[in-house]
Every structure is written in C-alpha cells, then in structure tokens.
Design a protein around this ligand. Structure first.
Ligand code: F6R
Length: 242
C-alpha cells in the first residue's frame, strides 16, 4: 500500500486529481470507478478545472459509480446520480452514454445488480477506482458485517452511516435505509485503487485499513490484499499511522 499525505484537504485533492489525470492521459479510454460524499468534492473540482483548461480529456472515459441509495429517484437532490451530475459530469466533456450508476429505482433489484456487474465486465473492468471511507471502515456501502457479498448488491445501511449521512438530508428519517453498492469483490477487481480520506474522524478507520487484521468488521482492511492501492490523506486522517 502506498501512502501519500497532503498538508490539508486542498493538497490531498490536488494529488488525487493528478493521479486520475495521469490515468486518463496514459489511457484515454480508461474506465473509472467513482465515489460520492464530501471527500471527493475537491478532487472533482480539480478535475473540472483541468478539463476546462484542456489538460485532461474525458471524451473516451467510461465511469461506474460505487453506490446509490435505495429506493431513491435519480432526480432527488440527495441521490448520488444528482450529486455526480452537479459536482462533476455537467462540467466535463464526458459522454452521457458512458456514465453508469447503480439503479436506485429498480424493481427487480437482483437483475439490476447482475446487469451492473455485466456492464463493468463488458467495459473491460475498472482501471482506477476512487474510494472514500466511512468512519466505520465501510467502502462503497459495504458496511461492517460478519460476511460481505462479493458482487453488486442491496445492503441495509448501518445506524451509524444513517446518522452520519443525515447531514445531507433535512432529517434523519428521510435517509433511505438501504443502498445498492458494488461488492468487495467488484472493488478489489479494479486494477488500481486510490482511497481518499481527510479529517481526524477518519484517522481510526485509516489505521485499521493499513495495519492489523483483514476483517469484515472493517471492510477497508481488505485493501491490504490488493496489489495496487494508494491512500491519499490529509495530515489529520494520517494522525494515527506511522
Ligand atoms: C460514497 C461511498 C461512501 C463514502 C463514505 C465517506 O459513494 O461509497 O463509502 O465514500 O461514506 O463519505 P464522506 O466522503 O462524505 O465522508
């Protein structure tokens, strides 16, 4: 595992943007796995700037997002569809037909999850997966559990995640109790993974990610088994490691 530490959130975001841009420069038709949440906002802001200055071209890039609340309509302001268009896709030259997110409205959820896995495989697999991390060590919405599904699936959100994410909703009761998420196997199949974390509240989860047992009690610990993972942290998130 490589660890890159920026002095603050902006430096972390710039370093992450350089890694994504390098991936797209080396392989213009890259398949990117993307995350939502507060953490990658700075990364997306940097990528928008680079794209608008002509430094990086997304015309041939394909994207697959990690997760989506369930049930939630794509035009709901708290949906991850909405988030991605607002914070990235509307501002870069990506082709709409190359954008993919899990379906938060599917009635046959098993079929929709299987179709998502198939689309990723047909695109050639994920070249670079961007991850954030929950305070409980979740990645995507793979919550700490005795066992973890391998592929894209419907998951019950933990009470902790519902509380933490309620900051985006007008009340905790509005937070969907479930989500569709890539599985640990889907994530670990990506050729390269970058995980971003900032703030002191992520320090414990980062410590459990890089050292100690690989355990489904801390899903991010499975990243220790992947050959090409880079953590990009600010100093606060790195406070409890080496
Ligand atoms: C979002 C996702 C989640 C978040 C995590 C951290 O697509 O997969 O795992 O990365 O909950 O969220 P923030 O960045 O808001 O702290």
């Amino acid at each position: 595992m490589r660890i890159i530490i920026g002095k603050d959130y902006d430096e972390m975001s710039k370093k992450a943007a350089l890694m994504v841009a390098a991936q797209v420069l080396l392989k213009p038709a890259s398949v990117l796995g993307l995350a939502t949440g507060s953490t990658p906002l700075g990364l997306y802001r940097e990528l928008i700037g680079m794209n608008q200055r002509g430094e990086v071209d997304f015309a041939q890039v394909t994207t697959f997002n990690l997760d989506e609340y369930y049930p939630l309509e794509p035009d709901h302001p708290q949906s991850y569809h909405y988030f991605m268009y607002e914070n990235l896709f509307n501002h870069i030259n990506i082709k709409p037909e190359r954008i993919h997110l899990p379906d938060g409205t599917a009635t046959d959820i098993k079929a929709a999850c299987a179709a998502y896995e198939r689309m990723i495989a047909e695109a050639g697999g994920i070249d670079l997966q961007v991850l954030g991390i929950g305070v409980n060590g979740h990645i995507g919405f793979n919550e700490p559990n005795p066992s973890l599904p391998v592929e894209t699936h419907l998951v019950d959100l933990s009470e902790e995640t519902i509380q933490v994410n309620s900051r985006f909703f007008s009340s905790v009761d509005e937070v969907p109790r479930q989500a569709v998420t890539m599985g640990m196997g889907t994530i670990l199949k990506a050729r390269r993974i970058i995980l971003l974390a900032n703030g002191r509240n992520k320090a414990e989860a980062i410590k459990r990610t890089v050292s100690g047992l690989v355990t489904s009690a801390c899903p991010s610990s499975f990243l220790q088994t992947h050959p090409d993972v880079t953590l990009i942290l600010d100093q606060e998130a790195a406070a409890l490691i080496g």
